[in-house]
Design a protein around this ligand. Structure first.
Ligand code: ADP
Length: 226
């Protein structure tokens, strides 16, 4: 017996006076660099800013996630997805919403869009286009009650450029950071940016750090003249 289920996703908009910015992209794309630059930019304008990231590193759930990423704990991919959703819910309720309510600018290095891009990776070998949509929908359905960022900037770079940057860093190679995996995650992001083009703004991440920051600020200022 085959059942047909389909549903629409209507994201929850930010109802608070604060502003909510997410930076997304594959590892090595420059998310944390840009998140820092944006923080400096807003602080120079005397705004109250909170820089945060997902997954959190907070116990118990954020800790658990980092242990899975580092290979210390093994979990099925779907359990891992639920952990991310739980971590984001706690983050959302204890940090993001209260600070938005206070009027702060929140800059988050990754948000729920990452889960969709990485979730597609876990199954992309076996899926066709409409099945990818189903996987994306099933992951997004965990997040429909979350506030969607006012801006999501997808910093787009090739997997080759990312690997070159990561190789220069001291950082221990984590679970996802091989060329083949980065390629698939990038495909996930490209798919998302196309599908949710009203939510996700693609920025060319292969430019200088300063130019990437300038591109982001230009788009932000166009919307929120201040
Ligand atoms: P992510 O947070 O996306 O993993 P990072 O911000 O940590 O990426 O950047 C990865 C590496 O690439 C760092 O060494 C950083 O200094 C460098 N980097 C970041 N942005 C650029 C850029 N636009 N051009 C060249 N190198 C960059």
């Amino acid at each position: 017996m085959k059942y047909h289920v389909s549903f629409d996703i209507d994201f929850r908009r930010n109802p608070y006076k604060g502003r909510y910015i997410a930076v997304e992209g594959i590892d090595g794309s420059g998310k944390s660099t840009q998140a820092e630059k944006l923080k400096e930019y807003f602080e120079e304008k005397r705004k109250k800013v909170l820089l945060t990231h997902e997954p959190t590193r907070k116990p118990p759930i954020g800790d658990l996630i980092h242990n899975v990423i580092q290979g210390n704990i093994k979990l099925p991919a779907s359990s891992f997805q639920y952990l991310f959703a739980a971590d984001r819910e706690v983050h959302s309720k204890t940090t993001i919403e209260p600070f938005l309510e206070q009027g702060k600018i929140i800059i988050t290095d990754r948000c729920f869009w990452s889960s969709v891009a990485y979730g597609i990776l876990d199954k992309s070998d076996k899926l066709n286009g409409s099945e990818i949509l189903l996987v994306a929908q099933s992951i997004l359905s965990m997040y429909h009650q979350f506030i969607i960022p006012d801006f999501t900037f997808y910093i787009k770079i090739s997997e080759e450029a990312a690997v070159k940057r990561l190789a220069k860093m001291d950082k221990k190679q984590e679970y996802y950071e091989t060329l083949e995996k980065l390629k698939k995650i990038k495909e996930g992001y490209d798919w998302l940016a196309k599908k949710f083009s009203n939510e996700i703004i693609t920025i060319n991440g292969e430019q200088s750090v300063e130019k990437v920051t300038a591109d982001i600020i230009k788009i932000y200022d166009l919307r929120f003249k201040n």
